[in-house]
Design a protein around this ligand. Structure first.
Ligand code: 2X7
Ligand code: FE2
Length: 305
């Protein structure tokens, strides 16, 4: 089969529900105070949306850490989902009425490629399944119009059940499978790794969760790790990121343990060209960055893609 589809962008799209709360979309019931604690991340997402505004894409393919599956990698496999998503930890901030379309054909193609690569996989065929808030938040912040179908991939538990190294090995296979399926499908895809970086967070909220006086990184160790990782992104050192990933995960309690960033790097062919860091900010002490890799721009500039 001729390869016609492509990965148009690879994006790190963090999903703290706080960012939805602060944006006050009509789908979310709680109303923000407007105090502005997370303005740097909103500005980062705004820069990302401007950067992809002229991009030609058909589908968002998202890997989420908040759909946790204990036996293998699962894929949404019903054309349409609708419901109310409530964040179990922050129900005060996120009660979101969603409707989303799924590109089931592409989801099945990714599943088939992943299975051919030796991974344990399954399709989610329950039409009443409640889509997780990671998927909803990242998709909304990247594409608030909700006018593109999604492919949604769960977080398998290999890293948690066995080791970070074993988890990453699977995520690289899954990334390569995703790339092959996108190319074979003829789709142009945005890939979203829905993930925070460092992830230790405070366990108490101020009276106004959006009060900027209380928002800062949990500890300096996390800040240093996040800055190290972003330096490697800017340097185009994808291989080095993967080499350091097990330590990054362990020492900063990173949400990358769920595999999204490793999956994305694998799908991009482990980039040796820089990613654009649109911005960095903390949410209840966690570290979050909005990052974009543009493979075709890198190829045009003479890099590998
Ligand atoms: O899921 C999250 C997260 N990753 C980071 C911060 C706050 C809440 O939820
Ligand atoms: Fe999360």
């Amino acid at each position: 089969m001729t390869a016609t589809g492509s990965i148009v962008r690879g994006i790190v799209a963090p999903h703290p529900p706080h960012l939805i709360y602060a944006a006050n979309p009509p789908q979310n019931e709680p109303r923000s105070s407007g105090a502005g604690a997370w303005a740097p991340l909103h500005a980062a997402y705004q820069r990302l949306r401007a950067s992809i505004a002229a991009a030609d894409f058909d589908v968002l393919v998202v890997h989420t850490p908040h759909w946790k599956t204990h036996v293998g990698h699962h894929f949404l496999g019903v054309p349409r989902f609708a419901g109310r998503s409530v964040d179990p930890i922050f129900p005060n901030l996120f009660r979101f009425d969603y409707q989303l379309e799924v590109d089931v054909e592409l989801a099945e193609a990714v599943r088939d490629e992943a299975a051919a690569g030796g991974l344990c996989t399954a399709m989610m065929r329950n039409p009443d399944f409640r889509v997780d808030y990671g998927t909803i938040t990242s998709c909304h912040l990247v594409r608030p119009e909700w006018d593109k179908p999604v492919v949604c991939i769960s977080s398998a538990r290999t890293a948690f059940d066995y080791s970070n190294e074993a988890g990453d090995a699977e995520m690289l296979v899954l990334g390569q499978a995703t790339r092959r399926a996108v190319e074979r499908s003829g789709r142009n895809a945005l890939l979203l790794a829905s993930t925070s970086l460092s992830h230790r967070h405070f366990t108490e909220e101020p009276a106004d969760p959006e009060d900027p006086r209380f928002e800062h990184i949990y500890n300096r160790n996390q800040a240093l790790w996040d800055q190290r990782l972003l330096g490697l992104v800017r340097a185009g050192a994808g291989r080095q990121i993967l080499d350091e990933m097990p330590d990054f995960i362990e020492q900063s309690m990173s949400e990358c343990k769920d595999g999204g960033l490793s999956w994305l790097l694998g799908a991009l062919g482990v980039p040796d060209y820089p990613g654009t860091v649109h911005g960095y900010g903390t949410v209840i002490g966690t570290g979050n960055a909005v990052i974009e890799w543009d493979p075709s721009a890198a190829a045009a500039a003479g890099g590998a893609a």
